[in-house]
Design a protein around this ligand. Structure first.
Ligand code: NDP
Length: 246
């Protein structure tokens, strides 16, 4: 098990890609700190992972709340003494054409997807500096690279996350901390389940592999970036998109 004794904090961990990431890291021996806004689901996931022999600790938190982010990190450090991996995965969509987009939908998407990552990254940096070790993985999106109709807010947040990661990677590289992004394409999760059938078909048409991705396929890329095998990789974006964007 490559992450025995490691502690991984994953946001948006109560379903979809975040849940798969927590499971993948936990299967490698990491203690996983599950952060999500959905308390009930979070506890169910912690219970399911415990059944797999994974030590999983649920923390209810809204990633937009910087004071809560600091509090969660302090509590984890108090009880576990370390945080080795941070995976900023929590994300939302509020799709609409820009002409009709409500200001609150623009603000909310940017707050959750981009400021949420800032809040948790800033909170974990001090302990990672002290340890001279850390892995930060931000879950971006193919949409941040190629744009998408009706998703100006989401695309801006995900492109922002890529720029944020590259800049932070430069700031912390000499301290033994790497910062990378994983950019999923279309992955079958509750977030994409609710899209209309014609939108799903349009996506399938432009995916060379002609299938949607699985959450575990994203999780494996995150696992790699958190591993010692990826020690010399920083400021990069790994695409997990079936060839949708190259
Ligand atoms: P899901 O909506 O299935 O899961 C996201 C989780 O994050 C949910 O449990 C959600 O809770 C939680 N969350 C939302 N807002 C907050 C918040 N403010 N604080 C804490 N937790 C919050 O999404 P996916 O698993 O599909 O996506 C995970 C990540 O991957 C996202 O960043 C997404 O943008 C990205 N991504 C997904 C793709 C896909 O095809 N599925 C493609 C490319 C990128 P709630 O349900 O209550 O909102």
């Amino acid at each position: 098990m490559i992450f025995a004794d490691r502690v991984s904090l994953v946001t948006g961990a109560s379903q979809g890609i975040g849940e798969a990431i927590a499971e993948e890291l936990g299967r490698e021996g990491a203690t996983v700190v599950l952060v999500d806004i959905q308390k009930d689901k979070l506890e169910q996931v912690a219970f399911r992972l415990a059944g797999l022999g994974i030590r999983a600790l649920p923390y209810e938190a809204d990633v937009t709340d910087s004071a809560r982010a600091t509090q969660v990190v302090e509590e984890v450090l108090g009880s576990l003494g370390r945080i080795d991996h941070l995976v900023n995965n929590a994300g939302i969509t509020r799709d609409s054409l820009l002409l009709r987009m409500k200001e609150e939908d623009w603000d909310l998407v940017l707050r959750v997807n981009l400021k949420g990552a800032f809040n948790f990254a800033r909170a974990v940096l001090k302990p990672m500096f002290t340890a001279r070790y850390g892995r930060i993985v931000n879950i971006a999106s193919v949409v941040g690279q190629m744009g998408n109709f009706g998703q100006t807010n989401y695309a801006a947040s995900k492109a922002g996350l890529i720029g944020f990661s590259k800049s932070l990677a430069r700031e912390v590289a000499a301290r033994g901390i790497t910062v990378n992004c994983v950019a999923p394409g279309y992955i079958a999760t509750p977030m994409t389940e609710k899209l209309p059938e014609e939108v799903k078909k349009a996506f399938l048409d432009i995916i060379p592999m002609k299938r949607f991705g699985l959450p575990v396929e994203v999780a494996r890329a995150v696992k790699f970036l958190c591993s010692d095998e990826a020690a010399y990789i920083t400021g990069q974006v790994i695409n997990v998109n079936g060839g949708m964007y190259m």
